[in-house]
Structures are given as structure tokens and as C-alpha cells.
Design a protein around this ligand. Structure first.
Ligand code: SAH
Ligand code: SF4
Length: 350
């Protein structure tokens, strides 16, 4: 499978070059894109407006699908967790979340993650490999197949497994395909990328694609942040906030700061006040994420009253502070609960 070209890895411009190098006219790229993304067709033989010879050649030299869907598990709250197997046997998870008029897909960017945040299950077993652009894009194609006739994906968030900015090139390429008219045609305003806080890549991203940015802050002081997130030793809180402050944001767009609330660690009223001082003057929203527990995890979710108090302190200081509803916790699909360590035998269908 690996000696043939995975077409979902190619941006529309790259596909044009590729078909021309194959001796075909450039408009063949458009035809292929319509079949692949417009009609979700994977079998070249079904692409009836291509010549028989070209179809036979494509069958030998290329393939469309990058992922095999192994299972879908649905939570009582409607959240669907999709397990995909990659060509080399590795596994990734994506999560479909229904929130009123919105239908969001949470996508993975790596198998595992190298950043080892203490509270995150994905980070516990380390990094295995980066995903290709095609493997990122194919999560969206795979999720679309699960939708009912009335459903339409409205938003994409890079909040699944992995650190998207550590796989910069493939993630940017995937975004190009996801937002191309003849690709999946998403608006950049409907795509949010969450990062652990890689300072140079945050700057680079802002110069490359205008997707929305969410930054995992999780502490209002550097000591607490370092204890929770080893990355803080490389890019300390002050440096991270400085780059965020200088980001050229489009009009009316705000940066989101994610703040995990962990019982007894960073959830005190004093921490809320400190956070308010730290973010004074930012065009920002604060998204409070009550910790999602998992077996063997070190931390606990704070009591609801403390979450509400934390939120209220921020709101009194005139911040937009929302509490993220935990979705999919019943099927281990909530933030921080995704893992790549699936045995082939554990993946039963539906
Ligand atoms: N690597 C990126 C994106 C993936 S994680 C990042 O760290 O931002 C997406 C979000 O889930 C991050 O804000 C992360 O801190 C949060 N998260 C991780 N473990 C969690 C847990 N157990 N409960 C709630 N949120 C968690
Ligand atoms: Fe990686 Fe994000 Fe989990 Fe940290 S929170 S270990 S960066 S996936």
C-alpha cells in the first residue's frame, strides 16, 4: 500500500502537478477532487468520467483511503467515538460531539503525544508517530460517513490525540485541504487548533493559516504550570502570554485560553484572581475545563460549587468565561481521555 500515492495527502495544487506529471491534463485534478471529497468515492473504477486507461493506472499507482474505521461507540449523551486503524496497525480516535446546532469533530494530529502533561491520558504512553495530512483529513471523511441524513459537520477542533503544532507541516497541509473549495470546504473560522503552548510555532501558524487558536494555560503561575506541564520549562508562562498578546487577530476574533480545573491544584479563588490579573487587556475568552477522570489518573474533578465560584470570579472581572460541558465521558471520549493503545481484538464494530 505504501508504494502507491495516497491522494488525500495532496493539496489541490499538488494534485494538479501530480496528474500533469502522470501525463494527464490539469482538469483531471478537479475531476478527482470531486469524486474524492464531493462524492466520497474511493474506488477509481467508479470514477466514470475518467478514461478506462487512466482508471486502471490510478488503481495501480494511487489510493484514496488512509484509514480503516474499526468501531464507533456512542455515549448516552450522543457523543460518538470513532476508532480508526492506520496502515501500519497504529490506532487513533476522533470524537463527534453534538451541541445544539453545532456538530463538532475533534480530530487527532499524532499517534500519542510527546509532551507528557501530567493530567492527560494521551500523554502517558508517549509519542508513537506523526499523522500525515491524509490521515488527518480522512478522519473528517470517515466521520461524515457516520452522519445521519439531517446531520452536517459544522466545526473542527484539533483537540484529539497529539500536539498539532509539533506536526506543523502536515497539520497546515491538512488545513489547506480541509478549507479548499474542492476539498472539504470548511471556513477557517470553523476550525480551532488547541496547543500546549509551543511559542515559535504559534507565531508561525499565525503567519500561515488564520484558524482559531486555543492555548492550554491550565495555571496562573509558572510553578504550578511546570508541575502540570513539562513544556513550561521550555516556554514559560510569561513568554507564552507575550507571544499570544502580540498575535495579529482578525477583527472580532479572540484567542481562547483553556484552563483545566483540578481539585486542590489550581482551582482556588486566589488562582482565579491571579488568572484575571494575568489576562488583563487580552482579547480573550476563557474556557474552563473541569478535569475528566480516568482509571489510574492522579487528579480529581473539583466539586461543582468550586467550578462555579471560579467562573464567577472571572466574570466579575468582565471576562467571557465558559465551562466546557464534559461530553463523552461515559465512553472515555472526553478531553484527555483518548488513547492509542487499542488491541486489534478490542476493536469490535458498532
Ligand atoms: N495537545 C493539545 C491538544 C490536544 S489536548 C493541547 O494540549 O492543547 C486538548 C485539551 O484537552 C487540552 O486543553 C488539554 O489540556 C485537555 N486535557 C488533557 N487531559 C485532560 C483531562 N484529563 N481532562 C480534561 N481536559 C484534558
Ligand atoms: Fe499532549 Fe495535549 Fe495531552 Fe499535553 S494535553 S500530553 S500536549 S495531548
Amino acid at each position: 500500500m505504501r508504494d502507491v500515492a495516497p491522494l488525500k495527502n495532496l493539496t489541490p495544487t499538488e494534485l494538479e502537478t501530480w496528474v500533469q506529471e502522470a501525463g494527464q491534463p490539469v482538469y483531471r485534478a478537479k475531476q478527482l477532487l470531486k469524486w474524492i471529497y464531493g462524492r466520497d468515492v474511493e474506488n477509481f473504477q467508479a470514477m466514470t468520467d475518467l478514461s478506462k486507461d487512466f482508471r486502471a493506472w490510478l488503481t495501480r499507482k494511487a489510493h484514496v483511503s488512509c484509514l480503516r474505521r474499526e468501531s464507533v461507540v456512542t455515549d448516552v449523551d450522543g457523543t460518538r467515538k470513532l476508532l480508526f486503524r492506520l496502515w501500519d496497525g497504529e490506532c487513533i480516535e476522533s470524537v463527534l460531539i453534538n451541541e445544539g446546532a453545532r456538530l463538532t469533530l475533534c480530530i487527532s494530529s499524532q499517534v500519542g503525544c510527546a509532551y507528557g502533561c501530567r493530567f492527560c491520558l494521551t500523554g502517558q504512553s508517549g509519542w508513537r508517530r506523526d499523522l500525515s495530512a491524509g490521515e488527518i483529513v480522512d478522519q473528517v471523511c470517515g466521520a461524515r460517513r457516520e452522519l445521519g441524513p439531517e446531520e452536517r459537520l459544522t466545526n473542527l477542533v484539533f483537540m484529539g490525540m497529539g500536539e498539532p503544532l509539533a506536526n506543523f507541516h502536515q497539520v497546515v497541509k491538512a488545513i489547506e485541504i480541509l478549507t479548499a473549495d474542492l476539498g472539504l470546504n470548511f471556513s477557517t473560522r470553523k476550525i480551532t487548533l488547541s496547543t500546549v503552548g509551543l511559542v515559535p510555532e504559534i507565531e508561525r501558524l499565525s503567519r500561515t493559516v488564520p484558524v482559531k487558536l486555543a492555548v492550554s494555560l491550565h495555571a496562573a503561575d509558572s510553578d504550578t504550570r511546570s508541575r502540570l506541564m513539562p513544556i513550561n520549562n521550555r516556554y514559560p508562562l510569561e513568554q507564552l502570554l507575550e507571544v499570544c498578546y502580540r498575535l495579529p487577530l482578525p477583527p472580532r476574533q479572540r484567542i481562547t485560553f483553556e484552563y483545566l480545573l483540578i481539585d486542590g491544584v489550581n482551582d482556588s479563588p486566589a488562582a482565579a484572581r491571579q488568572l484575571a490579573r494575568l489576562l488583563k487587556g487580552f482579547r480573550a475568552k476563557i474556557n474552563l475545563i473541569p478535569f475528566n477522570e480516568y482509571p489510574g489518573g492522579l487528579y480529581r474533578r473539583p466539586p461543582s460549587i468550586r467550578i462555579a465560584e471560579f467562573q464567577q470570579i472571572l466574570q466579575e472581572k468582565h471576562f467571557t468565561a465558559t465551562v466546557r460541558q464534559s461530553r463523552g465521558a461515559g465512553i472515555m471520549a472526553a478531553c484527555g481521555q483518548l488513547t492509542h493503545s487499542h488491541q486489534a481484538s478490542s476493536a469490535s464494530s458498532d
